[in-house]
Design a protein around this ligand. Structure first.
Ligand code: HEM
Length: 406
């Protein structure tokens, strides 16, 4: 029986992530979702339910189990296809997931992430040196485009061995994949271009191996063809490139916006009453970069709070939304407060698919914020925060631009 379950048409323009999540929570613990193209799905709306969902072994991440795909109801050019039909660890279960994840964690070790800190500091300093050159005649700079995008983009491209001349197109492709309003013609073109970009990258690093993740994965495949297939190699690289920067750029952007709109909180950091780690963690809770993430598919009918979700239906995890769940974070969950005692957030997911880039993302963001505010103590928004337009996406949560005066 699903007749009385509330139905929410997710807004593909992402105009109000937090308002939409709050409305969903008010409607009940489980809601039916309508995705673009009238495609049906489900979402659980509370922190505790999302936490249970992501570690439930009877819920698969394999899109090939999705009823809508199996029954051929997903049209060509569907705007979300690039976030769904991928072959890598995010869409793998059990032993396959372990195999694919281990290939990356073997290279991206905690020691390697730690060793990247001086390089991140150097990159951030270079970007800050050049930031004033991007100011318009009124001294306004888009700190998202010229700083928040560039930090994680350069780091992940160095880590994966993507040559500098490919980065602009890579950025466009990732931007398009995360948008939920992309028209069908663009979706098809983007899929072709991603395939080409990854093919070129693999060919380059096969011919000229380096000390990077792409070369390490190619070597693993050469040593043991069973280690990963060609499709998994390309899928894994795509995951690292996309997840490795789209998310972190929104964390940096959202943290800057939060501090500039909460001067009392910024003063806590300046006076040592809160740390840059607090800024990172509170932004992850209060304004997480990933909104509604696709998707999980129950292997058998799943009953949540008395509602039965049929096997093979898609269930979304509203990661940014549950960061303001009062049951988890208290009655003041909607308040940005660096000094709060923080409960666990789900910004990086949980269970076996817990984000493996979290230590890198935290480190990049802390270094970027600390250096930016040290260099520009008078930093201010150039437009009222309410005028900022969100990215057209219910996956990505952040503004399209962040104009500031330095
Ligand atoms: C603030 C930045 C970031 C946020 C908020 C974030 C968020 C997430 C979330 C929510 C998931 C779980 C998705 C699911 O439910 O399946 C995830 C998985 C993942 N993330 Fe991140 N991420 C961030 C940065 C990064 C970075 C920098 C990298 C790469 C260097 C990365 C690589 C991955 C990978 C490979 C997975 C898949 C893990 C698996 O399926 O086992 N992420 N991330």
């Amino acid at each position: 029986m699903t007749a009385e379950i509330p139905v929410v048409v997710l807004d593909p323009t992402g105009a109000d992530h937090h308002g939409e999540a709050a409305r969903m929570r008010e409607l009940g613990p489980v809601v039916r979702i309508v995705l673009p193209g009238d495609v049906p799905a489900w979402a659980v709306t509370r922190h505790d339910l999302v936490a249970d969902l992501v570690k439930n072994p009877l819920v698969s991440k394999d899109w090939r189990r999705w009823n809508e795909i199996r029954q051929g109801r997903i049209p060509e050019g569907w705007p979300l296809i690039g976030m769904v039909a991928v072959t890598n660890m995010v869409t793998a279960d059990g032993a396959e997931h372990h195999r694919l994840r281990r290939l990356v964690t073997q290279t991206l070790t905690p020691a390697r992430v730690q060793a990247l800190a001086p390089r991140v500091t150097e990159l951030v300093a270079e970007l800050l040196d050049r930031l004033p050159e991007h100011a318009d005649e009124h001294g306004v700079v888009d700190v998202r485009t010229h700083f928040a995008v560039e930090v994680p983009m350069q780091v992940i491209c160095e880590l994966t061995g993507v040559p500098a001349e490919r980065r602009a197109r890579l950025r466009e492709l990732v931007d398009s994949i995360f948008r939920t309003t992309t028209p069908p013609e663009e979706v098809v073109q983007v899929q072709t271009d991603i395939f080409r970009l990854l093919g070129d990258l693999i060919a380059l690093r096969t011919a000229e191996p380096g000390d990077d993740l792409t070369s390490a994965l190619i070597a693993a495949r050469a040593a043991d063809p069973e280690a990963l297939s060609d499709e998994e190699l390309a899928g894994t690289l795509w995951l690292m490139l996309a997840a490795g920067h789209e998310t972190t750029l929104n964390l940096i952007t959202n943290a800057i916006r939060a501090l500039l709109t909460h001067p009392v909180q910024l003063a806590f950091v300046e006076h040592g009453e809160a740390s840059w780690e607090d800024v990172v963690e509170e932004t992850l809770r209060w304004d997480a970069p990933i909104g509604n993430f696709m998707a999980r598919y129950p292997l058998e009918d799943l009953t949540v709070e008395g509602v039965t979700i049929p096997a093979g239906d898609a269930v979304l995890a509203p990661y940014s939304g549950v960061g303001r769940d009062e049951a988890q974070h208290g009655a003041d969950a909607a308040v940005f407060d660096l000094t709060r005692t923080r409960a666990r957030s789900l910004a990086f997911g949980g269970g076996p698919h817990l984000c493996l880039g979290a230590p890198l993302a935290r480190m990049e963001t802390r270094i970027a914020l600390e250096a930016l505010f040290a260099r520009h103590p008078g930093l201010a928004l150039a437009v009222p925060a309410q005028k900022l337009t969100p990215v057209e996406s219910f996956f990505s949560n952040g503004p399209q631009t962040l104009p500031v005066v330095l």
